[in-house]
Design a protein around this ligand. Structure first.
Ligand SMILES: [Zn+2]
Length: 266
């Protein structure tokens, strides 16, 4: 008897899945308005891979770099300036303005400097990087949100697999190639990490490639430039300074306990 009940339940669930109105609606309306979900667009006689296909390829490839629901909720409008006081408020307003300006300028010309958001933990750096990400995605720009410590761990794991023979160095190369060439790369939480000369080198080559091809990077860090130099070395830090406008965010420690959307992210 129990078995039949289970079976009916399962069948009902399957039927619901099959015939749910939201799903049939999805079948009628393609998610990508550019390629109608074909993944390819024709430009004259040339077939090009659509940005949506590249984006979903990257999202699948970099599970760990998925944009979390928390990041999805970040918007310029939702950035709480009232969280900041005095000079911190002026700095936050400048950072917000810089973030908005980046998106507006990027849509006109993608070869523009990126941004380095530096400052205290909980000061809203990741929130602004998230707001930039969402704004660009809405304009169908290919963005990749990388949480740096996770990325470095993943790189190192691939590297070790390569050494032990389980994987190949090709994995490592394609892992890097994907993020290297993305239109806009977000490097969130570039900070204290157990950097080896190898990971430092990989970070340098990633930034150097993007500088050479004028591909912008948005970086958040709670380190000062001096500290960045200490951890990443002079040549990597000088690349960052060359390719980014710098905005500082700071919060009054006394109001840190105030629950705030901006602050809950970093
Ligand atoms: Zn598409």
């Amino acid at each position: 008897m129990k078995r039949i009940e289970d079976l009916i339940l399962r069948l009902r669930k399957t039927a619901e899945k099959k015939y749910s109105p939201s799903e049939s609606l999805q079948l009628l309306e393609p998610r990508c308005k550019i390629c109608q979900d074909r993944g390819v667009i024709l430009l004259g006689e040339v077939a090009r891979v659509c940005a949506c296909a590249r984006q979903s390829y990257l999202e699948n490839r970099y599970q760990y770099a998925n944009i979390t629901p928390e990041i999805k909720g970040c918007t310029f409008e939702g950035f709480r300036l009232d969280y900041y006081k005095g000079s911190n408020k002026e700095m936050a307003a400048k950072a917000l303005q810089g973030a908005r300006q980046f998106v507006a300028e990027y849509l006109q010309n993608p070869r523009i400097p990126g941004i380095l958001f530096t400052g205290d933990v909980g000061a809203g750096k990741t929130y602004l990087a998230g707001a930039i990400t969402n704004s660009l995605l809405r304009h169908e720009i290919q963005v990749f949100f990388l949480v740096v410590p996770d990325f470095l761990d993943e790189l190192r794991a691939t590297y070790h697999k390569g050494i032990s023979g389980e994987g190949t160095d090709l994995d490592d190369v394609s892992l890097l190639r994907g993020v290297r060439q993305v239109d806009v790369l977000i490097l969130d939480d570039l900070g204290v990490h157990n950097y080896t000369p190898w990971t430092c080198n990989k970070l340098y080559s990633l930034l150097n490639f993007r500088l050479n091809f004028q591909l912008p990077v948005i970086i958040t860090t709670n380190l000062t430039l001096g500290e960045l130099e200490e951890f990443l070395g002079e040549r990597t830090t000088s690349r960052i300074v060359q390719m980014c406008r710098i905005y500082r965010l700071s919060v009054d420690k006394d109001i840190r306990h105030l629950k705030n959307k901006n602050g809950s992210l970093d």
